[in-house]
Design a protein around this ligand. Structure first.
Ligand SMILES: [Zn+2]
Length: 111
């Protein structure tokens, strides 16, 4: 949730800038930094949401129509990121999972 951190920096930037005087410049810098972090991570956050939504739509087993009862066997090309990950954007969210149904043992791909 680095977009949240960006938001905090953004708000503290507003506070410092509001104080005026010599701290105004550093407040403005904080503000800009917070804005950049927020926008960048928000974009990534939205991308993750889109991937999660897309995967969720495919979480039904083709063998027995059970929803969400599967084990992830493998995934690629990259594991879900929790740090800086230009790779995710570069792949356009091209991320896949191989699911194994807990009920009937069927296997299918989520992508
Ligand atoms: Zn099944």
């Amino acid at each position: 949730m680095s977009w949240f951190l960006g938001l905090i920096v953004l708000v503290s930037g507003l506070e410092v800038a509001g104080a005026g005087g010599a701290s105004r410049m550093s407040g403005v810098l904080l503000l800009i930094g917070g804005l950049v972090v927020t926008l960048y991570s928000w974009k990534r956050y939205r991308l993750l949401l889109e991937i999660a939504e897309r995967l969720g739509e495919q979480a039904t087993c083709p063998g027995c129509n059970t929803y969400g009862k599967f084990k992830v066997e493998s995934s690629g090309p990259a594991p879900l990121p929790d740090g800086g990950d230009p790779t995710l954007e570069n792949h356009g969210g091209g991320f896949w999972l191989r699911a194994h149904c807990r009920k009937c043992g069927d296997e299918w791909m989520l992508k």
